[in-house]
Structure formats: structure tokens, C-alpha cells
Design a protein around this ligand. Structure first.
Ligand code: NAP
Length: 301
């Protein structure tokens, strides 16, 4: 047996096409939608992600503004920036880029993002909202895992799911997203004794540990669907996931590649949230002059 591919790029292409249509409709009824990114890092992979978001926004017709704070910015400064963007009626989505300055935690600052503009589900209040069936957004990466599985017709109701990782941005929200879809969920983490025992019985296995090649064939039951969220760069800048595809592919029914799996969908979802959320449905107003936009970057094809 060799695993089928869970193609994230195809999922992203479908979402992008629908978003372009929606942006066109919004433009006819009241102006351009806007995503505002607050960043306090010069980490190269973060910078590259912010540039990719800006390019994607240009492609679908959403304005992206980037507010660059000092790398040592204290929590209060970050909170002020997030609160100010949240209060700005010309902004429809607010996103906080990580990593954060040393000593600042996401929990400390993300409550300053208004829930109706929290397009990456960073505010813990958003979690409470969507978990109980309200209008808040789940973190885009966690939501991307569900989109990927849905697109490929993987049945979630009744599935035995193991998620490796329990971070507030991936593992924990996935626990609730899967539960909301009637799956039975196990969450493993670094203190889990005997990881393979926690993963082998899973019909769906999600690896979100940030540890290259952590999940090998011995962790995977025959016929499992394996989703690799890991995005790990080595010293030469090469990207790999958390799954050792060579040993997993012969056992799995399907596997998501890195790149081209979950990561491809995350950006599309951030923008879909920006143009479909409650804030996007209100009429727009002129932009406040408090932000800087990065220089345009050529779009690779
Ligand atoms: P994180 O905050 O570092 O959390 C990692 C989680 O994995 C923790 O819960 C940790 O356990 C667990 N873990 C680490 N090593 C483990 C091991 N050997 N065995 C079992 N569990 C282990 O990372 P994150 O932000 O959730 O991100 C996870 C991965 O997804 C990273 O590679 C990241 O780059 C990637 N990611 C991708 C996207 C995207 O595709 N757009 C977005 C976000 C993240 P403890 O809680 O016990 O420490």
C-alpha cells in the first residue's frame, strides 16, 4: 500500500476562488476589506510569512497593513496596537504575528483583539465563542486541518483521532474542532509516556509537535489518515514536517505533504475569515493613518 496525498493546494485554490468572488461582491456594496498585522519580530521565517500574506491579499483584493513594533516591545505596547486596530472601523481582521518578544506570552496580549476581528482565533474568548457554537474563529492552522480532511471526504464522526501537540494555536483547538464533529480524541504531548501506544490506534493522526520526523511508521496503524502540521526548517533553510514520510507512507491510507498540505490552506482561511466575519459585513470607513505597509514584493509563479 502507498498513501494517497491530502493535497492542501487544491483546497486552498477552491477557497481562494470563492474569496475572490466574495471580495468582488463586497466591493460593489461598500469598499475594500482590510487585514491588519501586528508584528514585533524580525525572525526571517516570520518576515517571509508576512510578505506572503501581503502578496495573497493583493491577489484577492484585500488590503493588508503591517504595523511593525520594536522587537523588545512590552506587552502593553502590543496590546495597545491590537486594541487600536480592533477599534478602527476600516480594519476587518487583526492578526498578531509570532514569535513575540521574550517575556511576552500570547495569552497576555491576545485578549486585546476584538473577537469579531480575531481572524486567527488568538483571543481565548474566541475559543469559548466557537466552541459553544457562536460566531468566533478558530485558529486558522487548526481549522485548515479540518478543511483538508473534509475536502478529501474523510469521515470525522466516530473517528478515533490522536493529535500530537497541545499548543493553544494548533493542538488544543483541534481537540475541540474534532469533538464538535463527533470524533473521539486523544491529545498527546511531550510528557506522554509511550507515544506510539497513543497514536497507533488512531484512524486519523495529526502531528503538530514541531519535531522533524517524530512520527514514524511505528506510530501509525494500517490504513490511518495522517496529517502533518509540522513546519520545521533545518540549518540550510530546508523545510520538513513532523512525519517521516518514508516509513509512514507504506502504512497510511493518506498523508498530507509538507509543503503543500496544511500550510497551503492556512493563509486562504485567514483571508476568508477577514472577508466573511461580522466586521466585514459592516460598511467600511476611511483608513486611519497609523500603519506602514511593506514594499511590494514580486509574486513568484
Ligand atoms: P509548540 O507551541 O512548540 O507546541 C508543540 C507541542 O508539541 C507541545 O504541546 C509539545 O508538548 C508537543 N511536543 C513537542 N515534542 C514532542 C514529542 N517529542 N512528543 C510528543 N509531543 C511533543 O508548536 P505549535 O505552534 O503548536 O506548532 C507545531 C508545529 O506546527 C510546528 O512545526 C509549527 O511550525 C507548525 N505550524 C504550522 C503552521 C502552518 O502550517 N501554517 C502554523 C502553526 C504552526 P508540551 O506541551 O508538553 O511541551
Amino acid at each position: 500500500m502507498s498513501a494517497g496525498i491530502l493535497d492542501g493546494r487544491a483546497v486552498a485554490a477552491g477557497i481562494t476562488e470563492r474569496s475572490i468572488e466574495r471580495v468582488g461582491e463586497l466591493a460593489r456594496t461598500g469598499g475594500q476589506r482590510r487585514l491588519h498585522i501586528v508584528t514585533a519580530t524580525t525572525d526571517p521565517s516570520s518576515e517571509s510569512y508576512v510578505r506572503a500574506l501581503t502578496r495573497y491579499g493583493t491577489r484577492i483584493g484585500v488590503r493588508v497593513t503591517v504595523e511593525r513594533l520594536d522587537e523588545g516591545a512590552p506587552a502593553e505596547t502590543i496590546r495597545r496596537a491590537l486594541a487600536s486596530a480592533s477599534a478602527d472601523p476600516s480594519v476587518h481582521g487583526v492578526m498578531l504575528q509570532t514569535p513575540l518578544p521574550a517575556g511576552v506570552s500570547l495569552q497576555q496580549v491576545a485578549t486585546a483583539i476584538a473577537v469579531d476581528k480575531d481572524v486567527d482565533g488568538a483571543n481565548p474568548l474566541s475559543l469559548g465563542t466557537w466552541m459553544s457554537g457562536g460566531a468566533g474563529f478558530a485558529p486558522a492552522t487548526a481549522a485548515a486541518v479540518i478543511e483538508l480532511l473534509d475536502h478529501h471526504g474523510v469521515e470525522l464522526a466516530g473517528a478515533r483521532v490522536t493529535v500530537v501537540g497541545r499548543s493553544p494555536v494548533v493542538g488544543k483547538p483541534l481537540l475541540h474542532l474534532f469533538l464538535n464533529r463527533d470524533a473521539t480524541v486523544t491529545v498527546a504531548h511531550s510528557k506522554t509516556k509511550n507515544l506510539a501506544a497513543a497514536t497507533r490506534g488512531a484512524s486519523i493522526l495529526v502531528a503538530a509537535a514541531g519535531s522533524p520526523g517524530l512520527v514514524t511508521g511505528e506510530h501509525v496503524g494500517d490504513g490511518a489518515v495522517v496529517v502533518d502540521v509540522g513546519t520545521n526548517y533545518d540549518a540550510f533553510g530546508r523545510l520538513s514536517g513532523d512525519v517521516d514520510a518514508g516509513s509512514v507512507a507504506p502504512r497510511a491510507a493518506a498523508l498530507s505533504p509538507v509543503p503543500g498540505g496544511v500550510g497551503a490552506i492556512t493563509t486562504a482561511l485567514l483571508f476568508r475569515n477577514t472577508i466573511t466575519g461580522l466586521a466585514a459585513r459592516r460598511p467600511t470607513e476611511p483608513a486611519a493613518q497609523t500603519t506602514t505597509e511593506p514594499a511590494p514584493v514580486p509574486v513568484p509563479h
